[in-house]
Design a protein around this ligand. Structure first.
Ligand code: ATP
Ligand code: MG
Length: 231
């Protein structure tokens, strides 16, 4: 369970002496296994919410709870314990260019001493899940945008995270690849992971018929089951 209780986040900027509010008094709960869309225009605060869940940013005031743990009180050195429960998917994929599909995914495991055959089995499983068996030994520059995003999803899944945070994962993709990526996210959700998807793609929001939290200028202005695009 993820819970935001009256969360405000202010950022200091080089442009002004006054801190700027990126999130204002946000309260919501996300139950385990939910699929939730964060919808909002550029600058509305979507990434800020995701970064607070992954312990990259702390709230200025209010509470962010992850499985009842107050993330505002987690020490920097313990943040990895939270991040281990989370898979992060980015708009720009963030793949390592000199590593193959297999190596990009395996790399995420190698830091935790798994033995080689276990790594191979686990990586092959997630490669199959995203349908990239034929591209296993390709490098990122030999892949389409949609395929690169599938690699980054496979990498996010490798630790079997409780929660997937997908930050505009289809922002760089055409409608066909967008549909494929959304299908994979639905499959992951059906398998039990909580999925939080940030997007400003009207087609995606309206097709999904899932819960939508709409953000405007840092405030949550709507929170609806089977929500529609409203901006
Ligand atoms: N590290 C930072 N320092 C200062 N201001 C920041 C920082 N990160 C975000 N902001 C500001 O906070 C506000 C919310 O940013 P955020 O990245 O959460 O928006 P977003 O909804 O994810 O936008 P986009 O759709 O463009 O990714 C914006 O006004 C942004 O300029
Ligand atoms: Mg963003």
């Amino acid at each position: 369970m993820i819970e935001f209780e009256k969360v405000c986040k202010n950022y200091c900027t080089s442009q002004s002496k006054e801190p700027k509010a990126a999130l204002k008094d946000a309260s919501f709960k996300i139950k385990d296994g939910d699929f939730v869309i964060l919808c909002g225009r550029s600058g509305a605060g979507k990434t800020t919410i995701l970064k607070m869940i992954s312990c990259e940013e702390k709230p200025t005031s209010g509470k962010v709870l992850f499985d009842k743990k107050d993330l505002g009180k987690v020490k920097k050195s313990d943040a990895y314990l939270i991040r281990h429960k989370i898979g992060f998917i980015f708009q720009d994929f963030k793949l390592l260019p000199y590593k193959t599909v297999f190596e990009n995914i395996a790399y995420a495991l190698e830091t935790c001493d798994h033995d080689e055959s276990k790594i191979k089995d686990e990586v092959d499983q997630v490669i199959e899940l995203v349908g990239l068996e034929k591209k296993r030994n390709s490098f990122p520059n030999e892949l389409s945008g949609g395929e690169q995003q599938r690699v980054s999803i496979a990498r996010a899944l490798i630790h079997r995270p409780e929660v997937i945070l997908a930050d505009e994962p289809t922002g760089n993709l055409d409608p066909y690849n967008t549909r494929d990526i959304i299908k994979i996210l639905l499959k992951i959700n059906e398998a039990g992971s909580t999925v939080i998807l940030s997007t400003h793609d009207k087609e995606v929001v309206n097709a999904l018929k899932k819960r939508v939290l709409t953000l405007q200028d840092g405030s949550i202005v709507r929170d609806e089951e089977e929500g529609v695009y409203f901006l």
